[in-house]
Design a protein around this ligand. Structure first.
Ligand SMILES: [Zn+2]
Ligand SMILES: [Zn+2]
Length: 296
């Protein structure tokens, strides 16, 4: 199970019940954090995400609303005697700005923090998944992120039974690619099917971008900014943000399963109204609230 926790859903400035942007993704006991707006460490506490499990932080861009929370979070981790390294990915060229948040007060941070300047492409690789960064269209260099689990081969049990496969034959065929059963060569591809790995895409801040469609192809979940309603599309365009309608169009083009809208302007007292702009285009849309857990 992949657990996605939406920690903060405001854009630019907080609302009474909306914290600054951040999303946690937990996979097999490890957590990845996407953006770290002011107050993210409080949101982690509130919504039950353990900060000591955070392996890496991915910052979409260095506008203050997405990064200021780093300053508090890394210090709390030090107070909690963190030992593990922490990787922080930032758009290449923004390393200095993020490092200043880590060192301005000469705090003693007992573990190693690696600030890594990223460009497009695969930036992070673990045993069972990888993360790609792709360029977005905002006022400064900004990246979206695609988490992709590895595809997995699965045995077609009825077929295996029919051929008489049993015991060690399963590990043998996985290692060798083929085995002989009753004098007949059986290849791994003939007795397995591929289960595509899950894909989760995080996109903010940006105009609707072609690169998002490409990188979010068949995604299980797209978390996309929707700063504005369609009635304020001109504002969205001039400030290099997206409307809810534009986010829905992106999700539809990508063939995604589910869309979660976030980075909602504080001007909307009832953000659920954003769904009026999306239901005709992409019905499986929700407007995120702080603390939403989504299981994929
Ligand atoms: Zn923002
Ligand atoms: Zn921004």
């Amino acid at each position: 199970m992949i657990k996605v926790t939406i920690l903060g859903t405001a854009g630019s400035s907080p609302a009474k019940d909306r914290g600054m942007p951040s999303v946690a993704l937990t996979y097999e006991g490890e957590t990845l954090l996407f953006d770290c707006g002011e107050g993210t460490q409080m949101q982690l506490l509130k919504f039950g995400v353990n900060p000591s499990k955070i392996k890496a932080i991915f910052l979409s861009h260095i506008h203050g609303d997405h990064v200021i929370g780093i300053a508090g979070l890394v210090r709390t981790m030090a107070l909690n005697s963190r030992q593990d390294d922490l990787k922080i990915f930032v758009p290449a060229g923004s390393e200095k700005a993020v490092k200043s948040l880590l060192s301005f007060d000469k705090a003693i941070i007992s573990y190693e923090i690696k600030v890594i300047g990223m460009t497009r492409g695969e930036i992070y690789k673990a045993k069972d998944y990888s993360i790609r960064a792709f360029s977005l269209e905002h006022t400064i260099p900004t990246y979206g992120f695609a988490f992709k689990e590895k595809d997995k081969k699965r045995f077609i049990i009825e077929k295996c039974k029919k051929l008489g496969m049993k015991g060690v034959m399963f590990s043998e065929i996985q290692q060798k690619g083929s085995i002989i059963i009753n004098g007949k060569k059986v290849s791994i591809d003939s007795v397995t099917t591929v289960n595509p790995g899950r894909k989760i895409v995080y996109v903010t801040d940006t105009r609707p971008a072609r690169q998002t469609v490409t990188n979010a192809k068949n995604a299980d979940l797209i978390i996309h900014e929707a700063s504005y309603m369609d009635s304020e599309r001109n504002l969205a365009s001039s400030r290099k943000h997206s409307t809810a309608k534009e986010a829905a169009q992106i999700a539809k083009k990508a063939g995604a399963r589910k869309l979660v809208l976030t980075h909602i302007s504080a001007r909307y007292k009832d953000p659920q109204a954003l769904l009026n702009d999306t239901k005709q285009i992409f019905p499986n849309t929700i407007v995120a609230k702080d603390g939403y857990h989504i299981f994929i």
